[in-house]
Design a protein around this ligand. Structure first.
Ligand SMILES: [Zn+2]
Length: 61
């Protein structure tokens, strides 16, 4: 799992960091990094994931 900050907030606690699955065994679920509530596949989440995987990591150079 990797922890990322997204442009929306957890519906349960309002936290804006989420743990995203990176390995197959992590499954497809995205969890709030704070309260570990499961966030299901909303359109927003899918868009965030797609954007994350397409854009190379930005380095502060
Ligand atoms: Zn939460």
């Amino acid at each position: 799992m990797i922890r990322v900050t997204l442009d929306f907030n957890c519906a349960v606690c309002g936290h804006d960091q989420f743990n995203l699955p990176v390995k197959r065994e992590d499954g497809q679920q995205i969890r709030c990094a704070n309260c570990t509530a499961y966030k299901c596949h909303t359109l927003d989440l899918e868009r965030a994931l797609v954007a994350m995987r397409r854009e190379p990591p930005r380095t502060a150079a």
